[in-house]
Design a protein around this ligand. Structure first.
Ligand code: SAM
Length: 274
């Protein structure tokens, strides 16, 4: 019990140091997530305790960048959860079609697979010309990869299956050019994607949008931080706009559930009330 409290205190101090020195604020991330990732890094670097890690963090920028990657978790896929994208095509796109221009925000876009999936859908629906996709993340390394649009060829079989299950009817290989072990996404998909560094914890609203996708990000935040970020989303959406969360995320325990109707409960798609 004493040891547990000591580690908790050390982690609090470590996160405080991360924020004060590098302005990355993990202080309200889920304790269990932070603890797991920090313990893992401690083993991998042979550090004896969290206090040693704090000293390393303060004195070694490369280590800080490694820790940032650890705490970010950038796992993603194209057409991740195909049922979600199917519902998006069926329930959201027909409404977006009624707008003269469409703004979409992917918050926590990681290496970009989600934004490219959306660009494909908008192209297929004949809407891409009048769409702007803002794809943001606070992890610059992930964003740089996203901008390049180069992915491992090994993943394409799985992504093709995801695409087909999501209701895609074209040949998925038409959206990229393969080059040995990697593929590069078509230039036409990148045309209306704006990649930007944005931190959900410390930055504010930057656009008014019709659709927000923030999937598999809030799961790493504690309840207070989820509430804060949900307020940011509410203020960024037009009335009648859509909010899409990950399969393990929801609004039920936030202060804002009354502000939305559930468009698709299973796929976590919500509509902001007028
Ligand atoms: C698990 S990935 C999710 C990627 C994608 N949305 C998906 O569902 O496949 C989580 C992403 O959230 C980003 N993230 C975590 N905290 C963030 C913050 N405070 N501001 C912006 N992005 C953040 C991470 O860098 C990471 O790229």
């Amino acid at each position: 019990m004493i040891n547990k409290n000591k580690s908790e205190l050390e982690i609090t101090l470590l996160l405080e140091a991360f924020f004060k020195k590098y302005s990355y604020d993990f202080r309200q991330y889920s304790k269990a997530h932070i603890m797991r990732r920090i313990m893992n890094r401690m083993k991998m670097t042979g550090l004896e305790n969290i206090s040693q890690m704090q000293s390393r963090l303060l004195n070694d920028e490369t280590f800080a960048s490694t820790l940032l990657q650890d705490l970010s978790i950038t796992v993603t896929e194209m057409f991740r959860d195909p049922g979600f994208y199917r519902s998006l095509r069926e329930n959201v796109i027909p409404i977006l079609k009624t707008y003269p221009f469409i703004k979409i925000w992917h918050a926590g876009c990681s290496t970009g697979e989600e934004a490219y999936s959306m660009a494909i859908i908008m192209q297929e629906e004949g809407l891409y010309e009048r769409t702007t996709i803002y794809a943001t993340d606070f992890n610059q390394q992930a964003l740089s990869q996203a901008k390049e649009g180069i992915f491992s060829n090994k993943m394409m079989k799985e992504y093709t299956a995801n695409y087909q299950l999501s209701g895609g009817k074209e040949s998925f290989s038409g959206y990229y050019t393969a080059n040995y072990d990697s593929v590069i996404m078509n230039k036409s998909l990148k045309m209306n994607i704006v990649w930007a560094n944005h931190n959900l914890v410390t930055d504010s609203v930057f656009a008014e949008v019709h659709l927000i996708l923030c999937r598999n990000v809030l799961i790493y935040f504690d309840k207070n931080l989820q509430n804060k970020v949900q307020k940011l989303f509410l203020n960024s959406l037009i009335n009648g706009g859509f909010l899409c969360l990950g399969s393990k995320e929801g609004l039920r325990f936030t202060d804002l559930s009354e502000e939305y109707t559930e468009l698709d409960k299973k796929q976590r798609i919500f509509k902001k009330k007028y």
